[in-house]
Design a protein around this ligand. Structure first.
Ligand code: ZN
Ligand code: FE
Length: 252
């Protein structure tokens, strides 16, 4: 299995998975043209589309791609996006051309948000829930839901590679440094990311192991993050820390 980013719009990545059968799977194709071009370049037929959630920058290219390729469209059972043909929920497994993906329901950014986890590759396609150094905005769910979803992802093997849908890493890390200025792993990650971006390279995929050391939203229960949150809201309970840093990020 070969996994490549297709850049789209300003900062989206549509992930292209080349299967062992020589077919392609794409994740969250917001833009059909970008996908078609890349499939033609690599001479691949599109077998399936995986959808993490209903937002247009993740679903906008689906109609045109299915018209052109007749691909399977697999996505959340409770999605307001109307053209999902195979509806999946937590705990289900999807088989595509010799590869298995298990489905995790991770509401918060939207209520329909799911992730696809490919165990054999230790790859997680997590849409707009976790980014490198940050997490998605909480549009439809509650902070508690988002925190529970992120806690669920924290339990995956540390060697898991995360494939989020946006290149937000640099601005996320600027905020992460405000929360944990003393975090040495974070300073190392900032340097690594600056080098990648100065060469025009993606900062993704990222390793769960590194995110656990650097991403404040995966570290909401660590002493340094709790202390920063309580500096902003001294009387807050520990359970509120995640929400405090998410609101702080919105204002930063
Ligand atoms: Zn979104
Ligand atoms: Fe998005």
């Amino acid at each position: 299995m070969n996994i490549l980013p297709i850049p789209a719009f300003h900062d989206n990545y549509i992930w292209l998975i080349e299967t062992q059968a020589g077919t392609a799977i794409v994740v969250d194709p917001g833009d059909a043209n970008a996908v078609k071009q890349r499939l033609q370049q690599r001479n691949l037929a599109l077998s399936a589309i995986l959808v993490t959630h209903h937002h247009p920058d993740h679903t906008g290219g689906i109609d045109e791609l299915t018209e052109h390729y007749g691909a399977r469209v697999i996505g959340p059972a409770n999605s307001p996006y109307p053209n999902i043909k195979e509806k999946v929920t937590e705990g289900e497994t999807v088989e595509i051309d010799g590869h298995s993906f298990s489905v995790l329901h991770i509401p918060g950014h939207t209520l329909d948000h799911i992730a696809f986890y490919c165990e054999e590759e230790a790859a997680l396609f997590c849409g707009d829930t976790v980014f490198s150094g940050g997490c998605g905005r909480v549009f439809e769910g509650t902070h508690e839901q988002m925190r529970d979803s992120i806690d669920k992802l924290r339990t995956l093997p540390a060697s898991t590679r995360l494939y989020p849908a946006h290149e937000y890493t640099e601005s996320n890390l600027r905020f992460a440094l405000m929360v944990e200025p003393e975090n040495e792993a974070l300073v190392d990650r900032v340097n690594e990311v600056q080098a990648l971006r100065s060469r025009g390279e993606p900062t993704l995929p990222c390793l769960l192991e590194n995110e656990l050391q650097t991403n404040p939203f995966l570290r909401w229960d660590q002493p340094g993050v709790i202390a920063s949150a309580l500096e902003r809201e001294p009387s807050a309970a520990r359970e509120a820390v995640f929400g405090i840093i998410r609101e702080w990020k919105n204002q930063a």
